[in-house]
Write a protein that binds this ligand. Structure first.
Ligand SMILES: NC(=O)c1ccc[n+]([C@@H]2O[C@H](COP(=O)([O-])OP(=O)(O)OC[C@H]3O[C@@H](n4cnc5c(N)ncnc54)[C@H](O)[C@@H]3O)[C@@H](O)[C@H]2O)c1
Length: 344
């Protein structure tokens, strides 16, 4: 068991990178030693703020033997090659969501993690929030009985200017999808984490309001493997943008979530002090994640998983689950038929 401070490096100094940097510098057993961005100005500014080294070529940064963990904050389609390159060079990896935009790439990352014996952790920071951990805990214990319905309504707003703010946004090649692959994936991950594995989907996805390649509006009906059914609705096109609603129903009770707060707690015999749960701020119409706390928990978890040689909280296999549901939804819409996830 190692007891030293671990050295972290970040690739990509854009919107989400500060959450990683703050998570690292606020964790006593972590140190931020370097950042990389192809845009020199961004790398320099970021490095000055966090008092670390900077690079424009991430591979040069990876040459450094003192880097233990690499946090990948680049456009989604670039995560696989960067993660594999980093693991090959002996670094552990924390990747932003989605870990990849195809199942083949996700599998290649998981294989690389095994081959090079490096930890691969995926960011789904909502899994670290106490309200979602509580819902997971009580539903797993059967507190609302057999699960029958699970719905996620994610009616967000992102302007055309948001999509135009980066040439990768809204593209198949680098965003890998739209309202579901970029924004909705967090809640899709929570749904499958809490409700159980998804068996099949039938979906319509459309590009109705934005000038982008990918979907800005999607509706899907799902069947979970445990027999429960449900809806996933995701958009980035409704004004002014609303907090997501997640609804969990069992034969004995219901739990409704609005944004990051529990709106109804109908769990027989189990009181919940609603105000004891922290909130993370709404991303309904603003992509900046207000709190770095969730990222910090996953950074600390990476350190603990290295020191105790255990799997991280959200390893590659877990990160792949929401990706697979979304790719099934796209396939269903394209082919106009129900898609069974086990056949993918
Ligand atoms: N966890 C969350 O809630 C959350 C929120 C926002 C974004 N994200 C994810 O984070 C990733 C980045 O999103 P963003 O909004 O920060 O994007 P962004 O465009 O603001 O930042 C990406 C950065 O990567 C840099 N970059 C591009 N190619 C590079 C390369 N080859 N080498 C080094 N740097 C390179 C760009 O110059 C840019 O600064 C995406 O995968 C996105 O899905 C996650």
């Amino acid at each position: 068991m190692e007891d030293r401070v671990l050295n972290f490096a970040i690739i990509g100094c854009g919107v989400i990178a500060p959450n990683h940097a703050e998570g690292i510098v606020n964790t006593p057993s972590a140190r931020l030693v370097a950042v990389a961005d192809i845009v020199e100005e961004k790398a320099v500014k970021f490095a000055q703020k966090y008092n670390c080294d900077w690079y424009t070529d991430y591979k040069k940064m990876l040459d450094r033997p003192d880097i233990d963990v690499v946090n990948i904050c680049t456009p989604s389609g670039l995560h696989p090659e960067m993660a594999i390159e980093a693991m090959k060079r002996g670094k552990h990896v924390i990747t932003e969501k989605p870990m990849a935009i195809t199942l083949e790439q996700a599998d290649a990352m998981i294989s690389a993690s095994k081959e090079y014996k490096r930890k691969l952790a995926c960011i789904f920071q909502r899994r670290t929030q106490s309200i979602f951990k509580k819902i997971k805990e009580v539903t797993s214990q059967g507190a609302i009985g057999k699960l029958i319905l699970g719905d996620a309504y994610m009616k967000y707003f992102r302007s055309q200017a948001y999509y135009d703010s980066g040439d990768w946004r809204g593209t198949w090649a680098l965003d890998g999808g739209g309202a579901l692959m970029n924004q909705g994936i967090h809640c899709i991950d929570l749904m499958q984490w809490i409700m159980g594995e998804v068996g099949s989907v039938f979906a319509y996805t459309r590009t109705l309001a934005r000038k982008i390649e990918v979907e800005d509006t999607a509706v899907s009906v799902l069947e979970y493997k445990n027999g429960a059914i449900g809806i996933i609705e995701g958009t980035t096109s409704v004004v002014p943008g609303f907090d997501h609603r997640l609804e969990f129903h069992g034969v004995d009770g219901s739990i409704l979530v609005n944004g990051e707060k529990i709106a109804r707690w109908e769990v027989p015999g189990l009181e919940l002090k609603l105000d004891s749960y922290e909130t993370a701020g709404s991303t309904a119409s603003d992509p900046r994640v207000a709190s770095y706390r969730g990222h910090q928990i996953l950074i600390q978890d990476m350190i603990d998983s290295i020191k105790n040689d255990r799997d991280p909280l959200i390893p590659g296999e877990e990160g792949k689950k929401a990706l697979k549901i979304i790719l099934a939804i796209y396939k269903s819409s394209r082919e106009r038929k129900e898609v069974y996830l086990d056949t993918m």
